[in-house]
Design a protein around this ligand. Structure first.
Ligand code: NAI
Ligand code: MG
Length: 363
C-alpha cells in the first residue's frame, strides 16, 4: 500500500534540510522498502508570498489527507511586517490546531561522537536516549480566564489558568506508556501535585491508566522541579517523561542542552487515533527554526530533519527497523568525523548540508 506523505519545507534552511529528506525517500522507494507518495506545498513566508496567508486551505486539505506531514521551518526577516494573522508561525499553529496534535514528542539522544558538545560531562550523557512527551494543546497556555485586568486601586492583575480534564490526561498518558513499551519500559510522570490541583488530577489519572491498561510498564511519579534537577544530575535514569504543556516546554529545552546542537534535535507531534481507520494524524519537524543567518548557503545541519523523518518511519509507518537503521547511519556519519558547521569544533573542516545528507545515505 502507498504511504501518503506531505512535505512542507517552508522558509530559509527548511528548504535545504527537506531536500535531504527527499533524497532519502527516493532511495527508500527505490529499494522497495517503502512506497511513499509525496506531495509538496508551501507554508510560512513562502505561502504568504504566494497566497497572502501562512498556509492555504488546499495545503491544509493535503495535510488532513496525508498519513504524515514533514515540516521544515518557517519565518525570517522578510516577513517581519506582515499582518499578525498571516505571520509565518500562523501556518504552524494552524497545522497543530486543525490536526489536533496534542502530544509533542521530543527525544534527547546523545550520539557518542558528539558527547563532548553536551553541557554535561561525557560520562553523564554518552548513549543518552530520553523521550519527553509534552501535552501540547491544553494547560496554562490555553486555559480561560486568561487576562490582564486593572483593579479599582489602579493596580493590574494578570491571570493565566491551568486547566486539564481527565480525557486530556488519559490520552497523553497512553502515548507515553505506548512509547515506553517499545523503548525502556519506564515512565516518569512529572507534575506538582503538592501545590497544584491539576497535578493532583494528573497523578490520579496517570496512575489509573497505568493500573488498568499498562501494568507491565514501570511508572514513577516525580515532582517537576525535582525532574529538572535530576535531568542535569543523572539524565540516564530516565526513559520516557510525560508532563503537561508548561513543564514539558521547560524540561524538553533542558534535555535538549544535554545533547549538543539545535541542528540535531527532531520532534513529532501526534493527534488522536481515528477509531475506524486506526490511523493517527502526525507531523514531524526539526526543533530549530529557519536560521536566516545561514540560509541559502548550504551550511545547515540536516540531521534534525532526517531524524524527524526517522520518527515518521517509526511512529506513522510502522517501519521501526528502517528507523533504527537510519539512526545508525546518522551515528556512523558522525563517527566518520563528518561535521556541519554548527557541530564542528574550532579549526575543523565543516561539510555542507548535502555532503552530510550523502554520508547518511551512503551509511
Ligand atoms: P533558529 O533555530 O532559526 O536559529 C538559531 C541559531 O541556530 C542560528 O544561529 C542558526 O544558524 C542555528 N541553527 C538552527 N538550525 C540549524 C541547523 N539545522 N544547522 C545549523 N545551524 C542551525 O532560531 P531563530 O534564529 O531564533 O529564529 C529564526 C527564524 O525562525 C525566526 O523567524 C523564528 O520565528 C523562526 N522559528 C521557526 C520555528 C519553526 O518553524 N518551528 C522554530 C523557531 C524559530
Ligand atoms: Mg520552548
Amino acid at each position: 500500500a502507498t504511504q501518503k506523505l506531505l512535505l512542507l519545507p517552508g522558509d530559509g534552511i527548511g528548504v535545504e534540510v527537506m531536500a535531504e529528506v527527499k533524497r532519502l525517500i527516493a532511495f527508500l522507494n527505490k529499494t522497495g522498502l517503502t512506497a511513499f507518495e509525496t506531495e509538496e506545498d508551501l507554508v510560512g513566508g513562502a505561502a504568504y508570498d504566494a497566497h497572502g496567508k501562512a498556509i492555504s486551505d488546499a495545503a491544509m486539505g493535503l495535510a488532513q489527507a496525508a498519513d504524515a506531514v514533514m515540516f521544515g521551518a518557517v519565518g525570517g526577516p522578510k516577513w517581519a511586517d506582515v499582518p499578525y494573522a498571516a505571520r509565518p508561525e500562523a501556518g504552524l499553529l494552524r497545522l497543530r490546531k486543525d490536526l489536533g496534535l496534542f502530544a509533542n514528542l521530543r527525544p534527547a539522544v546523545c550520539y557518542p561522537a558528539l558527547a563532548d558538545a553536551s553541557s554535561l560531562k561525557r560520562e553523564l550523557v554518552e548513549g543518552l536516549d530520553i523521550m519527553i512527551v509534552r501535552e501540547l494543546t491544553g494547560g496554562v497556555y490555553f486555559g480561560e480566564p486568561k487576562e490582564i485586568v486593572t483593579l479599582e486601586n489602579g493596580e493590574k492583575r494578570a491571570v493565566d489558568t491551568q486547566v486539564y480534564t481527565t480525557h486530556e490526561i488519559e490520552r497523553i498518558a497512553r502515548v507515553a506508556f505506548d512509547l515506553a513499551k517499545v523503548r525502556g519500559n519506564l515512565v516518569h510522570s512529572s507534575e506538582k501535585h503538592n501545590v497544584m490541583k491539576s497535578g493532583v488530577l494528573w497523578k490520579q489519572v496517570v496512575t489509573a491508566v497505568h493500573k488498568a491498561e499498562y501494568p507491565e510498564v514501570k511508572l514513577e511519579h516525580i515532582l517537576a522541579d525535582n525532574c529538572g534537577m535530576q535531568l542535569v544530575r543523572t539524565p540516564k535514569q530516565f526513559d520516557v517523561i510525560v508532563c503537561d504543556n508548561l513543564f514539558g516546554d521547560m524540561l524538553s529545552d533542558v534535555a535538549a542542552m544535554l545533547t549538543g546542537s539545535l541542528g540535531m534535535l527532531p520532534s513529532a507531534s501526534l493527534g488522536a487515533t481515528d477509531p475506524t481507520t486506526g490511523k493517527r494524524k502526525a507531523m514531524y519537524e526539526p526543533v530549530h527554526g529557519s536560521a536566516p543567518d545561514i540560509a541559502g548557503r548550504g551550511l545547515a545541519n540536516p540531521i534534525a530533519t532526517l531524524a524527524s523523518f526517522g520518527m515518521a518511519l517509526r511512529y506513522s509507518f510502522g517501519l521501526a527497523e528502517a528507523a533504527d537503521r537510519l539512526d545508525a547511519a546518522i551515528a556512523a556519519a558522525l563517527d566518520e568525523g563528518l561535521r556541519t558547521k554548527d557541530i564542528a569544533s574550532a579549526g575543523q573542516n565543516a561539510v555542507s548540508t548535502s555532503e552530510m545528507g550523502s554520508a547518511v545515505l551512503k551509511a
